[in-house]
Design a binder for this molecule. Structure first.
Ligand SMILES: C[S@@+](CC[C@H](N)C(=O)[O-])C[C@H]1O[C@@H](n2cnc3c(N)ncnc32)[C@H](O)[C@@H]1O
Length: 447
């Protein structure tokens, strides 16, 4: 294949091409064009000339990873978060100046809504920049691995490598306290000679460590994930046992220290179970909820449905401005947390139901009656067609959609618009600096 010329043949896996990155795709990879053929390059940023190694050649496009930066783009800044000399896999946009990150995120929201959703006529507001560009994450999951010399490391998988863990000393996405907690567990593993799980061999014990932080109270909670083998007592709060190290990090969990993580948000106190969702950027979660509250436009008497409510945070922070709040969430532990959180904060007008949005909305309508406002905050996959239909049955005047993926918000918003809603306003909020992840809030109103 000739760079810049006509596409000769499809490139082969492992082939290296010199390409110039001209833009950024959804998901954050650089886009290069070789003739009419598109190459998505992870590690490539706009203006970069890179040597890209093809990892997945397909008929109309290929996936590749940048193996050498031949000439940096004009908006490149120096990488700050490095582990063993490699850029932090949790911060793939750190080489892009922060102002440029914000511009790309706002543009991608616009593009998704217009191109994927076919929407227009809405007001795309300015993006809210993050309060902190570094050390903002309140949760990080690390993997155990072994160096060539046999030394145990605790860090991140190298990009695209399930078999290689790069050790972390100081991750600039985590607080100093969070880094210290991780390093303490790694030192314990080395001193006690507890072996990392070796996936190909099926031997060893230590799989993952999840470090969560209550930013306001300074609490650190550590959860160690291991195979069922016996080993000396670890210095952690929670211990999860999984059948083998390749099957994720959820399983039966024993309590050795602090069972609950505590956090304050919008002036309220929250407690959460280890498997309940909580926004990973505490400071920006308050900003996000403030936008959602502004869009909800409550005047004191409304009935509000908080679908995908997690531990109840969005609904509870709005309960003082609403008549009543009803939360629905699929994880039963999170619903138990939400109920305790309502009680802890003396909130009597919030009620919660465990169930899926697919099957839970109709029982909620029967119990509560029709809502004035529906809050939606689904996972990245967005709403299925069926859930959109259930949301339409609510006949709410206003829908406030908090989205962590504009490419699923766009078709969902289009479906709601087709059914009679108008997309009024959209505001991106930067919850995840140094990454391509985009959060935004959209307001839809019934005409
Ligand atoms: C992005 S989180 C938002 C949680 C909460 N609104 C917050 O701000 O912390 C999405 C939540 O949806 C829940 N969830 C996932 N699939 C669901 C479904 N089908 N029905 C109901 N809840 C679901 C997840 O457990 C998670 O708590």
């Amino acid at each position: 294949m000739e760079a810049g010329g006509k596409t000769a043949t499809r490139p082969r896996r492992g082939e290296q091409l010199e390409v110039e990155i001209d833009s950024l795709a959804f998901g954050g990879r650089g886009v290069a064009r070789v003739g009419g053929y598109v190459v998505f390059v992870s590690g490539g940023l706009p203006g970069d000339l890179v040597k890209a190694e093809i990892t997945k050649p397909k008929r109309r496009f290929a996936e590749a990873r940048a193996v050498e930066l031949l000439r940096p783009g004009a908006d490149r800044v120096a990488n700050r978060c490095l582990h063993e000399g490699e850029p932090c896999p949790g911060a793939p946009w750190q080489g892009l100046a922060y102002e440029q990150q914000l511009i790309h995120k706002r543009d991608q929201v616009d593009e998704a809504l217009r191109r994927i959703g076919g929407l227009d006529g809405f007001e795309l507001e300015e993006i809210e920049p993050a309060l902190e560009q570094w050390r903002y994450r309140n949760k990080l999951e690390y993997s155990f691995g072994a160096r060539e010399d046999g030394e145990t490391v605790l860090g991140f998988h190298a990009s695209g490598r399930w078999d290689l863990v790069v050790g972390v000393e100081d991750c600039l996405l985590a607080s100093e306290r969070g880094n210290a907690a991780r390093n303490e567990v790694r030192e314990w593993a080395r001193e006690e000679s507890v072996a990392p799980y070796d996936r190909p061999a099926g031997t060893g014990v230590l799989c993952n460590l999840v470090v969560r932080e209550g930013r306001r109270g300074g609490q650190i909670q550590t959860r160690l994930v291991t195979t069922p083998k016996r080993f000396p007592k670890p210095p952690v709060d929670l211990h999860t046992v999984v059948d083998d190290g390749s099957g994720g990090s959820e399983g039966p969990t024993g309590v050795l220290g602090e069972e609950w993580l505590r956090e304050q948000l919008c002036g309220l106190d929250f407690e959460m179970s280890h498997n309940a969702f909580f926004q990973t950027n505490t400071e920006m979660a308050e900003r996000l909820y403030a936008v959602a509250a502004e869009y909800a436009g409550l005047s004191g008497g409304e009935r509000v449905f908080d679908l995908y409510c997690g531990i109840g945070t969005i609904g509870l922070t709005m309960a003082g401005r609403a008549g009543e709040v009803w939360g629905l969430e699929i994880v039963p532990e999170a619903i138990a947390d939400a109920e305790r959180n309502a009680e802890r904060n003396g909130i009597g007008n919030a009620h919660f139901m465990a169930g899926s949005a697919r099957t839970g909305v109709r029982p909620l309508l029967e119990q509560a009656g029709k809502p004035d406002v529906v809050l939606l905050d689904p996972p990245r996959s967005g709403l299925s067609q069926k859930i959109v239909r259930r949301v339409l049955e609510c006949e709410a005047k206003r829908i406030v959609y908090v989205s962590c993926n504009p490419t699923t918000l766009a078709p969902n918003a289009a479906q709601l618009v087709e059914a009679g809603y108008t997309l009024r306003r959209v505001r991106p909020v930067d919850m995840f600096p140094q990454t391509p992840h985009i959060e935004c809030v959209a307001l839809l109103e019934k005409a």
